[in-house]
Design a protein around this ligand. Structure first.
Ligand SMILES: Nc1ncnc2c1ncn2[C@@H]1O[C@H](COP(=O)(O)OP(=O)(O)O)[C@@H](O)[C@H]1O
Ligand SMILES: [Mg+2]
Length: 312
């Protein structure tokens, strides 16, 4: 881990007075639209995992599903709980996390995830501070997608991130934002993970299909390379309470029993925050979307949720 530049922005907990979502064990689809309250599903079989250090990979092979927003806001929610968090950008696309979240590089060589996978440096060498106290990151590069076909790639490259993480103790949680293909960077991210989080656009049947094919890959990785892997949550991004969104939520509950189903409500502030290159959580702290990610972060690690929510 590099400590070359000061981190200056403190990420504080959100106020308990804000309007967080209710927590339920299942959605009632019979309730008419006007009476139905948006809520987070925490099934009876869901188990939070407070064990640290842990690795959470955000994946869906469909682009535009909300992976990057989910990875970033979950990471910020964990930082606000006092955890030391590292974000890894495993998406070679330039419009991803690396463009949004500015790492503080020292003078000289800048290592990227490509260098880690090509064994030119360690994961710690490629981990840089960000402006946010408690948050570090590993950046992506356009050549990340080329590692897969490189004749120089090291043997067992799909286990390299896991290998580095298993010998490091600098971070409580590592959150990996994966790209839209099921290629090598995504497989390496799944091999390294304890938890998978699957975002789907609440109004997109295609994202649900992307989730289904991801499921096959998760099963294969679990059987062959990482028996600990589990699907911990699905996030219904850009959620708007339409009947389609409710139906997709119900499908996800059925497809991934034991996983949280978290609506991350639609807000125009998301695009505004991206334009301002700021985390949504700091750009608009009371925004419904931020509250939804904050609650999801708490539920995933078994942190205390404020009494007003737990009492409902
Ligand atoms: N809750 C939300 N409210 C408004 N826009 C959203 C919300 N969630 C996601 N989006 C928009 O969806 C688009 C895709 O999100 P992104 O995180 O980049 O997806 P991916 O990483 O899967 O390609 C972005 O333009 C983002 O602004
Ligand atoms: Mg992305």
């Amino acid at each position: 881990m590099r400590e070359t530049q000061a981190q200056t922005v403190q990420v504080s907990p959100l106020s308990d007075d804000l309007a967080f979502l209710d927590i339920v064990t299942a959605w009632d689809l019979e309730t008419p639209y006007h009476d139905w309250r948006v809520s987070i599903v925490v099934p009876d079989t869901f188990r939070p995992n407070p064990r640290m250090p842990r690795v959470i990979t955000v994946a869906n092979q469909k682009g535009g599903a909300g992976k990057t927003l989910t990875a970033f806001e979950l990471a910020m929610g964990l930082v606000a709980r006092g955890l030391r968090v590292r974000l890894i950008d495993a998406d070679p696309q330039s419009a991803a996390l690396t463009a949004w979240l500015i790492a503080c590089f020292p003078e000289g060589k800048r290592w990227t995830l490509t260098d880690v996978l090509m064994e030119r440096c360690s994961l710690a060498d490629a981990t840089y501070p960000t402006p946010y106290i408690g948050l570090h990151m590993v950046v992506s590069a356009p050549d990340l997608g080329e590692v897969e076909n490189s004749h120089k790639k090291p043997p067992g490259v799909e286990s390299l991130i896991q290998h580095h993480l298993s010998s490091e103790k600098d971070f409580d949680v590592t959150v990996i934002d994966s790209g839209p293909s099921l290629g090598l960077p995504t497989v390496a991210s799944l091999v390294a993970a304890h938890d998978v989080i699957i975002p789907v656009q609440a109004a997109s049947g295609l994202d649900v299909k992307g989730a289904a094919s991801l499921m096959q890959t998760v099963k294969q990785v679990k059987t062959r390379l990482n028996p600990e892997l589990r699907i911990a949550a699905t996030i219904l991004t850009d959620f708007d309470k339409s009947s389609l969104a409710r139906t997709i939520g119900a499908k996800m509950t059925k497809a991934f029993p034991g996983a949280l189903v978290v609506p991350a409500r639609r807000s125009v502030r998301v695009g505004e925050a991206q334009l301002a290159m700021k985390p949504l959580r700091l750009f608009a702290p009371g925004t419904s979307t931020t509250l939804d990610y904050d609650l999801a972060a708490a539920l995933l690690i078994g942190a205390t949720v404020p009494a007003q929510r737990a009492a409902r």
